[in-house]
Design a protein around this ligand. Structure first.
Ligand code: XMP
Length: 321
């Protein structure tokens, strides 16, 4: 049965919340549920929704996959602590980098992250916690793109004919699956999340691995992480839907201190979009782009080229993996 979309303009957020809280309570009964918080809008909203439904019977984990942005794991755990939600930090960097070693194909990279997360790290957390349900922030755009074969979103199973109970040993609840990003933000606001959470720019499930072309290594993630911090600082004021740094696989000739340097290339993308289904590059002021380029080559070791992506989605996608 196709999923019934609830458009943001038709959404009555308080009514939606009451309905989902009741559904979560009915599904979990007197047991436990668990969920993984990445700090993105979708998982933050699911965490608050689950917390409202279950209180301490929802156990929330932040899996540190080693692919997050600078300081992100600690900041997110702290932010939710301030909201009265306890989040446990699970260090799992080694398992993710081991799973990603030697893989260059984008879909295989996504698959490696998915498998490590759901089959390895999360399955163990579920077993240890005795929970019967996993709450997950899948949204309609994730389902659409997966079903259309554009991109295998790392949190979509049922539509691919995968039964999570059979594959991973637990049931998945997806309370946001009828919404798109604009609807999720409305629900977040109605749940009392602070604007820096419900308006936070989207960040993909595969995290910085979605922004490294070719094999993902610790070194490449460290490099794209540094560039990302600069891009986010410089482009926050644009108010764009999303902005990012991408590390290319090819090296290019550059020069530094009068010597040839066969260096790295960073591509900056900045997107205007309403719901991520289509997007156009933001008309960023030239002075901002110039400052951004200067800072990236000065501050990120080994980078000699910075480009700005000007292709629309479609045919581009917003991330590169
Ligand atoms: P693309 O690259 O498909 O991105 O044009 C569309 C939007 O989705 C985000 N994105 C993801 N979000 N899990 C997510 O939760 C994923 O696997 C994933 N991949 C892409 C992307 O950042 C953009 O906002």
């Amino acid at each position: 049965m196709p999923l019934q979309e609830i458009r943001a303009e038709d959404l009555d957020a308080p009514e939606f919340i009451a309905e989902k809280v009741a559904e979560i309570r009915a599904a979990v009964g007197d047991g436990y549920a668990i969920n993984a918080l990445s700090g993105g809008v979708d998982s933050s909203v699911v965490t608050m929704l689950g917390h409202r439904a279950l209180g301490d019977r929802l156990k929330t984990y932040f899996v540190d996959n080693g692919l997050m942005r600078q300081g992100e794991p600690e900041q997110i755990v702290q932010r939710f602590a301030d909201l009265g939600v306890r989040v446990e930090l699970v260090p799992a960097q080694d398992r993710f980098f081991a799973a990603l070693a030697g893989i260059t194909d984008p879909e295989e990279k996504r698959e490696a992250i998915t498998q490590t997360f759901y089959r390895d790290v999360f399955a163990q957390l579920v077993r240890d916690s005795g929970a019967r349900c996993l709450l997950q922030g899948t949204i309609l755009t994730d389902v659409d793109e997966t079903v259309a074969g554009i991109k295998r979103q790392h949190n979509v199973f049922e539509q691919l004919g995968i039964d999570p109970e059979e594959a991973f040993g637990y049931r998945i609840l997806e309370p946001l699956v009828q919404l798109r990003k604009d609807g999720v933000r409305k629900v977040g606001e109605a749940l009392g999340l602070p604007p820096e959470v419900f308006r936070r720019i989207p960040f993909p499930g595969p995290a910085l691995a979605a922004r490294v072309i070719g094999e993902v290594t610790r070194e490449k993630i460290a490099l794209v992480r540094q560039a990302t911090a600069i891009v986010e600082e410089e482009l926050a004021a644009t108010g764009a839907f999303q902005y990012m740094a991408i590390l290319h696989e090819d090296r290019v000739t550059g020069m530094r201190q009068g010597r040839r340097e066969f260096g790295q290339q960073i591509e900056v993308r900045c997107w205007d979009s309403v719901d991520a289904r289509t997007a156009t590059p933001t008309q960023v002021a030239w002075e901002i782009l110039m400052r951004l380029g200067r800072r990236i080559v000065d501050e990120v070791p080994g980078v000699v080229s910075v480009t700005y992506g000007i292709a629309p989605k479609p045919p581009s996608t917003m991330e590169v993996v």
